[in-house]
Design a protein around this ligand. Structure first.
Ligand code: GLN
Length: 542
């Protein structure tokens, strides 16, 4: 039978609840305890797939093709698990399923209410993760902050869980923030007290309080929180802002959280083994010469939109014993100035995206990379951009395009498959999740992966148009990864170029700090050898 840890947030959002959850998973797993994780999102969208990155940041795609919250990316990277659709539940999903049951007549004439019908549905979705994963501990993060109107049914559901699963099988952890008042140089606990009061009002007494703060937390502050919030002093855990997110599991472990959870939940656990992780964090923090990478996208002012890309770059650079300095280049601003900015980077990434805005700047970046032999890695949209750019060069026409951006293009080098043309619904109708890809021997891709078949995650609607394959191949395009039937081009690279490769899938979702992705490794390997025009021999340390 699984045990449950429920994590709620208080005071303000963005205090690193997702990283805390991922870190708790890590410290339990490091004791040989099996864990699975779930995020409950109180918004009404069925999934974040239809939300703009401005609303939501990155959409993380699981192997089974669910479009989920970016926190699932943290969980997978820290804990090294592969999650499924069941790990991200939204109010939209809960209500759709309750309403579908009502329409089927499942409730036999009853009045359908938030309690018990909606809360029952939430509990059944939580238990489903236990059933699918068979993990010893299920860690469940409730999105939002205590006090949000839409979060109430979720809090009520997790309150009921303790009663139903037994007191010793459920643990509540509340993540709060201690603001610092500069004038008096003090950390304040009052917002935490209020937030715990709000939790208690609905019947949840936290067992652990994680106190995020930008300053050291004194013993006196811990005493105060322990007293007012009625939590053991050893369960008041400081979470002082760290240099790298990967350090958080170590901070929590060293503060005794692992031992506390094991004892409270009566878990059978081995000794904690975080030595490799500790070594990785030490190497990450050591000063290293950075590789300078330009990421050319249209959401660059929002770093969360490319979260997994940023992490994958950092993992690959670490494996090369280098740091990474990312220049975020807004593709809409890449006009005449493009060369100046691009001249200063050692490698260019064009990440995923949707819609026409910013496309022309990305095409300029791909042209720059092709003409100057700068390493280029295209991710999903970035592959389509590489193909469009080469097409414009080959056919001497700026009419070469994807039908996503120009429906009547004379050279639709990227297009929908015929069978996709009738799809009208927007949510959940793309090519989503893991598909196999066969690598062509002797190519950059085959060398990077050093294997014949790879499985990568997709999230796109448009595909390489085989009608243009021959002229593009003649011009140097190498389709180096193909679907098993050979019909879909999954990877393209450029002949006679140091390293220009792009893939129709999203390799960034599979990179881990302790196991970087082969394509990112290959890309950073090529980029670190690239000399920046006018650069001094020794670059500043990051
Ligand atoms: N907009 C493109 C498509 O739908 C690329 C999507 C992406 O980059 N994820 O095919």
């Amino acid at each position: 039978m699984s045990k449950y840890i429920f994590i709620t947030g208080g005071v303000v959002s963005s205090v690193g609840k997702g990283i805390s959850v991922a870190s708790i998973g890590k410290i339990l797993k490091s004791r040989g305890i099996s864990v699975s994780v779930q995020k409950l999102d109180p918004y009404l969208n069925v999934d974040p797939g239809t939300m703009s990155p401005y609303q939501h940041g990155e959409v993380f795609v699981t192997q089974d093709g669910a479009e989920t919250d970016l926190d699932l990316g943290h969980y997978e990277r820290f804990i090294g698990v592969e999650l499924t659709q069941a790990s991200n539940v939204t109010s939209g999903q809960v209500y759709s399923s309750v309403i579908a049951q009502e329409r089927r007549g499942d409730f036999l004439g009853g009045t359908i209410q938030v309690v018990p019908h909606v809360t029952n549905e939430i509990k059944s979705k939580i238990r489903k993760v236990a059933e699918i994963s068979q993990a010893e501990v299920i860690i469940v993060e409730v999105g939002g902050t205590v006090g949000d109107i839409e979060g109430q049914p979720f809090l009520e559901a997790i309150r009921q869980m303790r009663k139903e699963e037994g007191r010793d099988n459920v643990l509540y952890i509340h993540v709060t923030f201690l603001p610092h008042i500069a004038a008096t140089d003090e950390l304040k606990t009052k917002p935490t007290q209020h937030s715990v009061n709000e939790l208690r009002r609905i019947g949840i007494q936290p067992d652990v309080i994680l106190c995020r703060s930008d300053k050291e937390i004194s013993g006196g502050i811990k005493d105060k929180i322990s007293l007012f919030c009625d939590v053991d002093k050893e369960a008041v855990i400081p979470l002082v802002t760290s240099e790298t997110i990967y350090e958080v599991p170590l901070l929590l472990e060293d503060a005794g959280l692992g031992e506390f959870i094991v004892r409270r939940l009566g878990l059978r656990a081995g000794k904690s083994n975080l030595e490799e992780w500790r070594g990785m964090v030490a190497r990450l923090k050591a000063p290293k010469e950075p590789v300078i990478i330009g990421v050319v996208g249209k959401y660059v002012e929002l770093r969360d939109a490319y979260y997994s890309v940023r992490e994958a770059l950092c993992h690959a650079a670490l494996a090369h014993n280098r740091g990474v300095k990312i220049e975020w280049l807004d593709s809409e601003q890449l006009d005449g100035m493009a060369n100046d900015k691009l001249r200063q980077v050692q490698g260019i990434i064009v990440p995923g995206g949707f819609g026409y805005r910013g496309i022309e700047g990305m095409i300029k970046a791909a042209k720059f990379a092709r003409e100057r032999g700068i390493p280029y890695l295209g991710l999903c949209l970035g592959m389509q951009i590489m193909v469009i750019e080469l097409g414009r060069h080959v056919f001497h026409s700026d009419k070469v395009n994807s039908t996503e951006f120009d429906a009547s293009s004379a050279y639709p080098v990227i297009d929908l498959l015929p069978e996709q043309r009738s799809v009208e619904q927007k949510g959940g109708t793309m090519r989503l999740g893991t598909y196999p890809c066969h690598l062509v021997a002797g190519t950059i891709a085959a060398r990077a992966y050093d294997t014949e078949v790879v499985y990568e995650r997709h999230r796109h609607r448009y595909e390489f148009n085989n009608h243009f394959r021959q002229p593009l191949e003649e011009a140097g395009l190498v389709p180096s990864g193909l679907s098993p039937d050979g019909r879909l081009v999954e990877i393209t690279e450029l002949r006679d170029h140091p390293w220009m490769l792009a893939c129709q899938f999203h390799p960034e979702f599979k990179s881990r700090p302790d196991s970087p992705h082969p394509l990112f490794l290959g890309f950073i390997g090529a980029a670190k050898e690239t000399l920046v025009e006018g650069a001094q021999t020794s670059l500043p340390l990051n």
